[in-house]
Design a protein around this ligand. Structure first.
Ligand SMILES: Cc1cc2nc3c(=O)[nH]c(=O)nc-3n(C[C@H](O)[C@H](O)[C@H](O)COP(=O)(O)OP(=O)(O)OC[C@H]3O[C@@H](n4cnc5c(N)ncnc54)[C@H](O)[C@@H]3O)c2cc1C
Length: 528
């Protein structure tokens, strides 16, 4: 009876040593061995201070934006989560997916939410935002998208290259990704494009934010490209609202700063930080929301910017009756087929290869995902790009740490259901391919869905998120072409909430680019 106890104690000791070693390795090899910006979780240290720019949300778009602005201005970056620089569960590819399994209400790296459609979903809550926990697949937006949204081609190219030279890598295909690549080609997703960062039809190998050693580079690494003397990162603080005043002109509003609380809820105290005041108001900086597709519309609503009727329900004084805040929420519906017959303990694998159909409506990839700390499954998953169905975001309550109410209306439109049937047909072809049969042999699961009705039913019953949700502060309805909130000076939104449709193969590349792009545009504006 004593032996198992000893063995158990011994294994525990090994596990602790292993974790400490990992922590040591990571803390002594911070990005490129460079110094980090000043980071603090002490709200008192920042309270009452003024900065040229305040960026709310240290996520995918927020970090490159803050780094760029810091080249010439003082920047406060406020992130509700902690640091990502020393966490092996974020940085090591072999732990991919583990952080998605362990969620809690206020402190986990991933914050889970269930949309009113009844579908589970996740959002990042750490410096680096969702880039610190996502699949790391990197692919640019198409030229058509860039043209449609009216961005400057040259600036876009420069901004992508700025990001790519720092945190994007050409992946070495794992055995499972090689099999996925063959299975997509076998299923007719042609041509074969090899390695490409462009959004092109066919099968391709994309970029990755995991380097050749399997180390993740999040958007937070981009902070190191800024002027570190100009950046203050406030961690574990949640922004509650933007401080907005009337100007001399009664109808004109101006953002003056932010109100924030401690993320752990250990006190109810509300703190404030301000924008530096300049005599000439055209030389003033901005509060820039980069809190993601759920966070930014939520903060606008909590600040009194939104539909009067909705804000009245929460006794929030109206600042601006901007009815479209929270509208146009979209999530690209996903369907996954498990190709293995039962759970096994494999090393997690992130997608490195995608298949993009002729009309760019279906995008397919494969991974190995943990379902617990010692079991994985092998899904082939596809998303329906550019869905017609859309939904809405509203407040649930006035606590900024809680998720807002959101409904995406997955597959509500008939055209999305029709596309979903095509998507399932394609998934079935891939799942039944010789390549997968050869690789998995007896471990393979047999798929037998047939007939349109059965596939429609399957779609409705199995639809899930692909985590590419966006909308809520869309350009043209909440922010203008310069990403400035209509009707409030000194307030912008720069993140996934501004997209009407998800760019390219998937959104991370374009959000990283957008942070840099908007930062450069602001710096140019201030030169005038
Ligand atoms: C599991 C998963 C896998 C994915 N895989 C891929 C992939 O492989 N490739 C790809 O291109 N895309 C992928 N995506 C999508 C992509 O990561 C996101 O679309 C993108 O990162 C969103 O960027 P963002 O800047 O809009 O928001 P985020 O990166 O989420 O940043 C928002 C930040 O704001 C902070 N914040 C929110 N509210 C507040 C507040 N009130 N106060 C202070 N801070 C606040 C958050 O903590 C967060 O850090 C994936 C997403 C998930 C969740």
């Amino acid at each position: 009876m004593e032996l198992p106890k000893i063995v158990h104690g011994y294994m525990l000791l090994i596990a602790v040593i292993f974790l400490l070693l990992n922590l040591f390795v990571f803390s002594s090899s911070l990005p490129q061995g460079k110094p980090l910006p000043h980071m603090t979780s002490d709200v008192e240290e920042v309270s009452g201070k003024s900065f040229d720019y305040i960026v709310v949300g240290g996520g995918t778009a927020g970090c490159p934006l803050a780094a760029t602005l810091s080249e010439r201005f003082s920047v406060l970056l406020v992130e509700r989560g902690g640091s990502s620089f020393e966490n092996p569960f974020i940085l090591e590819k072999k732990y991919y997916g583990f952080s998605l399994l362990q969620t809690d209400e206020h402190t986990s790296l991933a914050q889970s939410f269930i949309s009113k459609d009844g579908i589970s979903n996740l959002r990042g809550r750490v410096l680096g935002g969702s880039s610190a926990m996502n699949g790391g697949f990197y692919s640019r937006a198409s030229q058509d998208f860039v043209k449609k949204v009216g961005w400057n081609n040259e600036l876009v190219k420069n901004a992508y290259e700025w990001v790519e030279s720092r945190i994007v890598f050409k992946p070495e295909l794992t055995p499972w990704q090689t099999v996925a690549e063959f299975s997509f080609l076998e299923a007719g997703i042609l041509p074969y494009n090899g390695f490409s960062l462009e959004h092109i039809k066919g099968t391709k190998l994309g970029g990755s934010i995991f380097d050749e050693c399997g180390k993740r580079h999040t958007s937070a690494d981009l902070l190191l490209a800024g002027n570190l003397n100009n950046i203050t990162v406030l961690l574990n603080a949640t922004v509650k609202s933007v401080i907005i005043h009337n100007t001399g002109n009664r109808t004109e509003k101006i953002a003056q700063g932010i109100r924030f609380i401690k993320s752990d809820g250990s006190s109810l105290e509300i703190y404030e930080a301000y924008l530096n005041q300049q005599e000439n108001s055209s030389l003033r900086g901005d509060v820039i929301l980069a809190a993601g597709a759920l966070g930014s519309p939520q903060i606008l609503l909590l600040s009194g910017i939104g539909s009067y009727r909705h804000l009245k329900n929460f006794n929030i004084p109206l600042v601006l009756n901007l009815k479209k805040v929270g509208h146009g929420m979209k999530d690209e519906p996903g369907i996954a087929l498990l190709v293995d017959s039962k759970p096994k303990n494999r090393q997690p694998d992130t997608p490195q290869v995608v298949g993009i159909t002729d009309d760019f409506k279906i995008i397919i990839e494969a991974g190995i995902l943990p379902i617990s700390f010692n079991a994985t499954r092998m899904p082939i998953a596809a998303k329906l790009a550019l869905p017609a169905s859309k939904g809405r975001l509203k407040l649930n309550n006035t606590d900024p740490r809680q998720n807002p109410w959101v409904k995406f209306n997955y597959l509500a439109k008939e055209e999305d259901c029709e596309e979903c049937v095509k998507l399932v047909e394609l998934l079935e072809r891939v799942a039944r391919s010789e390549s997968i049969a050869l690789f998995l042999g007896a471990e393979r699961k047999n798929h037998v869905l047939s007939g349109e009705e059965e596939m429609r039913k399957f779609c409705k019953e199995n639809v899930r998120t692909f985590y590419h949700f966006h909308g809520g502060c869309i350009v043209g309805s909440v922010v203008d072409d310069d990403y400035k909130v209509y009707g409030v000076r000194g307030l912008r939104v720069v993140d996934g909430s501004t997209f009407e449709e998800s760019p390219g193969t998937n959104p991370m590349a374009t959000l990283l680019m957008l942070g840099r792009y908007q930062g450069v545009k602001i710096l140019k504006e201030r030169e005038k």
